[in-house]
Design a binder for this molecule. Structure first.
Ligand code: CTP
Length: 407
């Protein structure tokens, strides 16, 4: 996807060993459709060569405010004016201090100081040793630059090049890319608390066996990510799936439908939007054996009895919070045929304002899907696209309905 198509990013590198990650970041930004202009401090050039960054960005790298290649000799003006954002990655402790003081004696800090603040955002990806990160001077400087309008991104935790372990690592290139994409996303769900269920459930037969289904969780995870990018506070209750947690999303792992209901009931009370994408098992074994069921040699097969699982969506949709209009509930319908008829009936049966239909067997585990949105007014198709794109479209649809006056 070209999620940064048309965006021009000034990627500034200050001195730090994390410069090696900036090469990958530069590629990732370009792969998403951005154009990237690299500016490096003298210290950054000790860690990675401008040649590497020029080759990856396909543009000459700037490093001096006296660069005679610019006709007016003002690279600090020319480079910043065409940017959609300036991203400093890595942003060293020294560079934060320079920004906090408004210094302008080398090109990168000069360029940051000279940028039109109302138009060109400044994003900082700090990278430093844990002691430097924890030092009151650094924290004071970070607070100051944030107050001055910069967006200070998080740092990672873990092993550091110096051999120590702690906070201060620069985020990984993929994480930084996600942060940049999120930064440019319109905040249509700002102030909303979104609760999402995703994936299958696993209903135990005994300690080593159980009943589950083919749901991959991809749609629910994509929705959680898109909702967070749109400014919501997101909690994701996930059945057993091997997917990375979207950045900034609170994840709660569960196994069974009963566990999923318990987690959902706790978080639904604070939520303003509930999106049930999970493929919850309709039935569970009436008794889960505490020990592995063994063959006894007789050839007899075990007889399993089933009981119905709670309907999580219907339970939440009937709660006081939802009935009062304070929780907007969205259901999904995984059908094999007659999508519109089944989805419409399911919307009424579950008591939700919006139901999203899809053909289950055609989408389970896939990266794309097609959706049918059904509400009281009628239905609308979201044609086949990646789950990422569909999640963004669905979030926009929910934002429209959530901000509309209650009926
Ligand atoms: N759902 C739920 N709890 C259940 C079953 C379903 O929360 N025990 C939610 C799903 O997350 C989805 C919606 O209800 O949002 C519809 O799920 P689906 O499996 O399509 O429908 P069912 O209610 O199971 O009905 P049926 O199997 O008869 O089609």
């Amino acid at each position: 996807m070209n999620e940064l198509a048309g965006k021009h990013i000034v990627l500034g590198l200050s001195g730090g060993v994390a410069c090696y990650k900036s090469a990958e970041l530069c590629r990732a930004l370009i792969k998403e459709g951005a154009t990237v202009q690299v500016v490096m401090t003298e210290a950054a050039a000790q860690f990675i060569t401008p040649v590497t960054m020029q080759a990856l960005s396909n543009r000459p790298v700037y490093g001096s405010q006296w660069d005679a290649r610019e006709a007016n000799n003002m690279p600090h003006i020319n480079l910043s004016r065409e940017a959609d954002a300036i991203l400093i990655a890595p942003c060293s402790a020294d560079f934060v201090a320079r920004l906090a003081q408004g210094r302008a004696d080398e090109l990168l800090s000069l360029l940051c100081l000279a940028r039109p603040q109302d138009r060109i955002p400044l994003l900082l990806a700090p990278a430093m040793n844990r002691e430097m990160w924890a030092h009151p001077a650094t924290q004071r400087n970070l607070a100051q630059v944030a107050q001055d309008g910069a967006t200070v991104l998080a740092v990672g935790h873990g092993d550091q090049a110096c051999g120590e372990t702690g906070d201060g690592r620069m985020l990984e290139p993929g994480e930084l890319l996600d942060e940049v994409i999120a930064f440019f996303t319109p905040k249509v769900l700002a102030g909303q608390k979104v609760l999402v269920t995703a994936g299958p459930t696993f209903e135990a037969i005994d300690p080593v066996r159980g009943i589950t289904n083919h749901s991959s969780g991809k749609m629910g995870f994509a929705i959680a990510r898109a909702a967070r990018e749109a400014g919501a506070e997101v909690t994701l209750v996930a059945g057993p799936v091997h997917l990375a947690t979207p950045r900034g999303v609170q994840r709660i792992n569960v196994q069974s439908a009963q566990e999923m209901l318990a987690a959902v009931e706790i978080h639904a009370q604070q939520a303003t939007v509930f999106i049930a994408t999970a493929a919850v098992a309709d039935w569970r074994p009436a008794v889960a054996s505490e020990q592995k069921i063994k063959k006894d040699g007789s050839g007899q097969t075990p007889v399993l009895g089933f009981v119905e699982n709670p309907d999580i969506l219907a339970t939440v949709a009937q709660s006081q919070h939802a009935l009062a209009g304070d929780l907007f509930c969205v259901g999904f319908a995984a059908e094999s045929h007659d999508l519109l008829a089944h989805a419409s009936a399911k919307r009424v049966r579950k008591g939700v304002p919006l139901l999203v239909g899809n053909i289950g067997p055609a989408t389970f585990g896939q990266d794309d899907n097609a959706l049918l949105l059904v509400d009281a007014q009628g239905h609308r198709e979201l044609p086949r696209a990646s789950k990422r794109v569909l999640a963004q479209q669905l979030v926009a649809e929910i934002a429209d309905r959530r901000t509309a006056p209650k009926t």
